[in-house]
Design a protein around this ligand. Structure first.
Ligand SMILES: [Cu+2]
Length: 220
């Protein structure tokens, strides 16, 4: 079903949700050992599975309202197709929130990438990009979490959170987020990061003031 149920309109007496995402568990890392295309993909390295700032705040966590059905307009950047770039055998960005709809996959490298997206176990798209500069359009029409990997380079990984309403945010390096212009009401708020999995809670929003939250992500 296309994610078109959201109704844009003017929001009067809105409130907001803001806060910080934290994680107190151990920071696991994974070792990346490129076994081909090393001149483009780089050498052996170790990367954290969660990026933390000072005081255990989480960078690049995604926060969204799962059940907002009407409210503010979609932001301008969602009027054009979202992009996922293969660059130096990494996905750029490696975490993003997109509006359900078009996605363009780009290969900026002079090597073959095979970009493969999944909703859970189900393939959402699967495309070979043998040529540098190649751009292939696809669509992610269903809200949900899409894990992306590369069948040519096993260490490549990205996460695309497909949403059907514009109430979302990604935490910056200070772990903070802000979701603005929310019509007063009660919502399901989801915070998620790839290592920890989702945290879901009910949030009440009142007009004219922020609802402030500190959300602790925990490894499942
Ligand atoms: Cu690749």
């Amino acid at each position: 079903m296309p994610a078109s149920a959201y109704e844009e309109g003017s929001v009067t007496g809105s409130g907001s949700i803001e806060g910080q995402i934290i994680y107190k568990g151990p920071v696991q890392t994974r070792k990346i050992i490129p076994n081909k295309d090393v001149e483009v993909c780089g050498g052996i390295r170790e990367e954290p599975l969660i990026r933390l700032g000072a005081n255990q705040v989480v960078e690049n966590a995604v926060v969204y309202l799962a059940d907002a059905t009407k409210g503010k307009a979609w932001p301008a950047e969602t009027k054009k197709p979202a992009e996922l770039n293969n660059l130096k055998c990494r996905f750029v960005p490696d975490v993003q929130v997109i509006r359900a709809g078009p996605l363009v996959v780009i290969n900026s490298d002079p090597v073959l990438h095979n970009t493969h997206g999944h909703y859970g176990q189900r393939t959402a798209f699967n495309m070979a990009l043998p040529n540098q500069g190649q751009r292939i359009p696809t669509e992610l029409t269903r809200a949900g979490t899409v894990r992306v990997d590369c069948d040519a380079h096993g260490w490549m990984e990205a996460w695309i959170y497909v949403v059907d309403n514009p109430y979302y945010a990604i935490t910056s390096a200070d772990g903070k987020f802000q979701i603005t212009d929310v019509p007063p009401g009660t919502y399901t708020l989801v915070a998620v990061q790839a290592l920890t999995g989702p945290n879901q809670q009910t949030v009440s929003v009142a007009g004219g003031k922020p609802t402030n939250l500190t959300i602790e992500l925990k490894k499942q």
